[in-house]
Design a protein around this ligand. Structure first.
Ligand code: RFL
Length: 391
């Protein structure tokens, strides 16, 4: 098979890229290791920046978001004895949207199926070849066990954190920056109406807790746990007890509503950025190039920003101007490092370390961020997401 752009991975980055490329008049083929049902059912992110919503609006992909998503003007930040509302809009930022990655992935894949996008699911052993040449190609084994080969002008690795594309950037050129955090997140969903109208980020001596939501009847929570913890240590009763304590249920007239827990897992927090995001005819986008701790809710938003830049760059290249494609890695990485720094500093303010001095510094930081207009403006700008800059 021959196409202009071979895309590896049908997560939000790969699917959205194929959609944006079509709007640039560029044909693509998407290959995905998992089944369509698996990809469409995967639970993950849930917060969209205003800048991401702009992209989805312009791409005609936001009907589901505007129908079922929840627009939030800000967040709550709390610690024992304090609950602060941070209103992004009055601080110069823009509203954010709570809309599940699962729903967004379904919306985009429905649009791609409707448009007749060539997509191959359940493709095993995907390998990249000759990315240094002007005739790169990839190979794999399709769902029927047949060997496939896709020749392309460029290959885009949208294959996430555990993908294969990154490995095709040779070692002397590739550089990865990594930070592992000393704690993990226990995340769970519950079939219960949210107990809050805005996301709660809570500092507590027992550890960070977060209360978010997916819909009017599904709540989402995260609890800081040690890295060596295991989900079998956490019965549903223990989870609810810890969540109620850390979120301050029963204080100031606020009560946490509990319900059946439908999914729970532990996720280590890490940040890894791989550079460059372009090598010859290979481009990386989304989690294939970078992962950030989810505290700042940036992963999905960075994936959207990357492929927005890349579609525009490949469109310009098709018209004879390679400058945006040449600048892609540097342009994308500026936003990636902003998000990495914000995710690091926001995580650092909220996750306890067992150090009493550190606790006091964290509380001083939270006090400043939630009471000073300049502190709040930075928080609002980082959460809302700055507009996507193309150069
Ligand atoms: P994905 O979604 O991982 O998709 C990559 C796709 O590539 C496929 N693949 C391959 N296909 C072919 N051949 C191979 N060899 C392949 N290897 C892999 C995979 O099967 C998959 O379908 O990456 P993408 O598209 O870059 O999207 C990134 C986002 O999924 C990710 O950044 C977010 O989910 C991160 N994230 C959050 N981001 C936010 O913006 N806001 C949030 O609130 C937020 N919360 C979260 C998160 C991530 C979490 N986890 C589980 C990592 C909360 C959690 C718990």
């Amino acid at each position: 098979m021959k196409t202009r752009v071979a895309i590896i991975g049908a997560g939000p980055a790969g699917l959205l890229l194929s959609h944006l490329l079509e709007r640039e008049g560029i044909e693509s083929i998407v290959v995905e290791a998992k089944s369509s049902e698996f990809v469409r059912g995967r639970f993950r992110a849930g917060l969209l920046e205003a800048a991401s919503v702009d992209v989805l609006d312009a791409a005609g992909l936001s009907a589901g978001l505007h129908k079922n998503g929840l627009q939030h003007r800000g967040i709550y930040v709390q610690w024992p004895g304090a609950k602060r509302s941070v209103d992004f809009v009055s601080l110069g930022g823009r509203p954010v949207w709570v809309y599940g990655q699962t729903e967004l992935t379904r919306d985009i894949s429905d649009a791609r199926f409707a448009a007749g996008q060539q997509m191959y699911y359940n493709v095993e052993d995907v390998a990249l070849h000759d990315v240094d040449s002007t005739a790169p190609y990839l190979t794999g084994i399709d769902a029927t066990g047949r060997a496939i080969r896709i020749d392309a002008d460029v290959i885009v690795g949208c294959d996430g954190f555990a993908g294969v594309s990154r490995g095709s950037i040779p070692e002397p050129i590739q550089r990865s920056y990594e930070r592992r955090y000393p704690h993990s997140w226990l995340g769970f969903f519950a079939d219960v109406a949210p107990s809050t109208d805005q996301i709660i980020f809570a500092w507590h001596p027992d550890g960070f807790a977060m209360h978010t939501m997916r819909s009017a009847s599904i709540s989402r929570f995260h609890l800081q746990v040690p890295n060596d913890d295991h989900i079998t240590n956490w019965s549903d009763d223990r989870i609810w007890e810890a969540t109620a304590t850390r979120l301050g249920s029963g204080e100031n007239g606020w009560t946490l509503h509990t319900g059946p827990i439908t999914e729970k897992s532990i996720l280590p927090l890490r940040c890894r950025v791989t550079t460059p995001m372009r090598h010859a005819r290979l481009f990386l986008a989304g989690d294939a190039a970078h992962v950030v701790p989810p505290t700042g809710a940036k992963g999905l938003n960075l994936a959207i920003a990357d492929v927005t830049l890349l579609a525009r760059a490949l469109g310009a290249w098709k018209r004879g101007d390679e400058s945006l494609a040449n600048a892609y890695s540097d342009t994308a990485l500026r936003r990636v490092w902003r998000a990495a720094e914000f995710s690091w500093s926001w995580s650092s303010a909220l996750h306890t370390t067992g150090d009493a001095f550190g606790d006091q510094l964290q509380l001083a930081q939270l006090e400043w961020l939630t009471s000073s207009p300049s502190g709040g403006a930075g928080l609002a700008e980082n959460f809302s997401g700055v507009p996507i800059a193309f150069a």
